[in-house]
Design a protein around this ligand. Structure first.
Ligand SMILES: C[S@@+](CC[C@H](N)C(=O)[O-])C[C@H]1O[C@@H](n2cnc3c(N)ncnc32)[C@H](O)[C@@H]1O
Length: 225
């Protein structure tokens, strides 16, 4: 009898969690229509850093495909779950620039990078919709669970396109548990509208990383992903 009750309880909890997620997604969709996306509060940092989240996103750096010596731009680093890994992958010959719209997030990230001995990571307070960088500077840009929070996504994708070199790569990772989760087709549509070419997608609906390339000028060879 007790196992049956426990099973029913577990099922009820799963259904409630599912309904909550769907409800949140509807609210987020409406917020997006009226351009009311808001950044994840600093007080939610513990969720971003939770061991469970780190575990199910553990393949993200590999899926992004950082290379030694690259100039990498991270949009919305939050507390730096992926910033540190980016810096370690590109090594001393590379450069990581992390841009976050919330000054307090950027301040905490700077503190963490200092403790980790990664002062070389450049942290910038700014908006993805108007990147404060010269055109064609970066080899790679990435964002993990960020794009849904950006109010004007069209501007942000265009800015990422501008900031990358010809042949440069853009990686967008999204996770289903994020209330504003955009489906892969939506991410591809937005990136495509900015001029990016779809290269590949890794993962499933639960968490995916889509990689895009800014086309290289004619005659310039590009390396494989
Ligand atoms: C859900 S958190 C993800 C943090 C980190 N990427 C991670 O996966 O742990 C989203 C981050 O994007 C930042 N953000 C939201 N809108 C932004 C924008 N328009 N420009 C730059 N950063 C933004 C937020 O401040 C927050 O730090």
């Amino acid at each position: 009898m007790i196992p049956v009750i426990l099973r029913l309880l577990a099922l009820a909890l799963l259904v409630l969690a599912f309904l909550w997620l769907i409800g949140m997604k509807i609210v987020a969709r409406i917020a997006d229509w009226i351009h009311f996306a808001a950044p994840c509060p600093v007080s939610f940092g513990w969720v971003l850093e939770s061991p469970l989240r780190r575990w199910y996103l553990r393949k993200v750096p590999e899926r992004i495909g950082f290379r030694v010596g690259e100039r990498v731009l991270e949009i919305g680093p939050g507390l730096g779950v992926f910033t540190r890994q980016a810096a370690e992958h590109v090594g001393a010959a590379g450069q990581v620039v992390a841009l976050d719209v919330q000054p307090e997030m950027a301040r905490r990230l700077a503190h963490r990078m200092k403790i980790a001995g990664l002062e070389k990571v450049r942290i910038v307070v700014g908006n993805a919709e108007a990147l404060p960088f010269v055109s064609g500077y970066f080899d790679r840009a990435f964002a993990v669970s960020v794009m849904a929070e950006v109010r004007n996504k069209t501007h942000a994708f265009s800015e990422l396109y501008r900031a990358l070199k010809g042949g440069g790569m853009l990686s967008i990772t999204e996770e289903f548990l994020d209330p504003d989760y955009p489906f892969p087709a939506e991410t591809s549509r937005r990136a495509g509208a900015a001029g990016f070419q779809f290269v590949q997608r890794a993962g499933g609906l639960w968490t995916y990383t889509s990689n895009f390339r800014k086309p290289a000028p004619e005659g310039v060879p590009v390396s494989e992903v």
